[in-house]
Ligand binder design. Structure first.
Ligand code: SF4
Length: 372
């Protein structure tokens, strides 16, 4: 089964913390979309099995007009065999999800929303320079549900300096009361070269505190499972049957093709490639005028490192039979290295090594120690 990702590199406003590739100018929009249709044709042979998931991410795919959205889907359905029950997700910003947009999406193949709520408190949204209000966020969820969309994921961010303990608990409880079946929660990180990085450096905004990040991660890792959500990946929680099929294929090392500026692809074996993070260079590249992607061949060591890290992030953990495919005794070596670290971080038996929520907070460090 294959997974297809499409990156729509346009936003109305730049969130201070964002380091994804996007442009707030819409000038190149028609040319980028045309180039993406071209890329879908050029790379159609790379998709060798029926498509089980399509994900429109960005950027802000919800700012596309209906005809733009359908132009993309028509091309995909013309070129590829898409499974009848494929998961088809669109990332949406709450301010876009009005009655017209909901009607348009209903008439498209989309069957799953990923809504970028981030917080239900206006102070937090202002700190992050989000374009929408807390009220927009509530309307968006309710509007989607009232229009028959039950497969909804909501993104939250924790560790925002304006977010109090009570405010965070309230954000989580609100999603539980909306009965949203999938929740992704990410720590606010200050990436270099983002506006947030410069604003903190110039002391215009406060920096996130590690203590709040740890506390708020522990809160959500405790509250959601007790409300019936499975903590199936470090940042992801789902009700039964609502795991993200698309993101799960990334974590399971399956093949996927990424279309659009900055999109990444993996052949499921040892080749990764990524498109240039620049709209003009992408357009020119597709016209044959310049290089537009880079390729990396993974060494055996890199593959093992990636596999350990993604396995630890997921509830399934590291399994003996999978670990030993990298070499005899590999699983026992991991267990041996794990015993040198805090027992609070692991939940192990004879054949599986998993992280506890406190271990998940140390995932990068633990990965390196296990591979020592
Ligand atoms: S809407 Fe999403 S992609 Fe656009 S700037 Fe904000 S976080 Fe980044």
């Amino acid at each position: 089964m294959s997974a297809l990702y499409l990156h729509i590199p346009f936003c109305r406003r730049a969130c201070y913390y964002c380091d994804f590739h996007f442009s707030t100018s819409q000038q190149t929009r028609q040319d980028v979309l045309r180039a993406m249709l071209q890329e879908l044709i050029m790379r159609s042979h790379e998709i060798t099995s029926p498509i089980q998931s399509i994900y429109l991410g960005g950027g802000t795919p919800s700012l596309l007009e209906y005809n733009e959205l359908m132009m993309i889907f028509d091309q995909i359905f013309l070129l590829q065999n898409v499974l009848q029950d494929a998961e088809i997700t669109i990332e949406v910003n709450p301010d876009d999800l009005n009655r017209d947009k909901l009607k348009q999406v209903r008439n498209s193949p989309v069957n799953r929303f990923s809504i970028g709520v981030q917080s239900f408190h206006d102070d937090d949204l202002k700190y992050m320079h989000r374009i929408h209000s807390a009220r927009d966020a509530e309307y968006a969820i309710k509007g989607a549900q009232d229009n028959g969309f039950d497969n909804i994921s909501v993104d939250l961010i924790y560790g925002i300096p304006t977010l109090t303990h009570e405010g965070w608990i309230n954000n989580i409880q609100k999603l539980i009361s909306f009965d949203v079946p999938h929740i992704s929660a990410y720590a606010l990180t200050v990436e270099q070269h983002t506006p947030l990085f410069h604003l903190i450096k110039r002391k215009k905004l406060n920096a996130p505190l590690d203590a709040s990040i740890i506390r708020q991660f522990n809160n959500i890792a405790q509250i959601l499972p007790s409300a019936g959500y499975e903590h199936y990946e470090i940042s992801n929680f789902a009700k039964t049957g609502f795991r993200s099929r698309h993101n799960s294929s990334y974590w399971q090392g399956k093949a996927y093709v990424g279309i659009g500026p900055s999109a990444h692809s993996f052949d499921g074996k040892n080749t990764r490639r990524w498109n240039v993070s620049n709209n003009i260079r992408y357009i020119k590249g597709l016209q044959g005028e310049s290089e537009w992607f880079e390729t990396e061949y993974l060494s055996k060591e890199n593959k093992l490192l990636e596999w350990v890290m993604t396995s630890l992030r997921c509830a399934e953990g590291i399994r003996r039979e999978s670990a030993d495919k990298f070499g005899p005794g590999q699983f026992d070596k991991f267990i041996n290295n794990a015993t040198q670290m805090s027992s609070h971080w692991f939940n192990a038996d004879a054949d599986v090594l998993r992280l506890t929520p406190s271990g998940m907070l140390m995932c990068d460090y633990i990965t390196l120690q296990l591979l020592n």
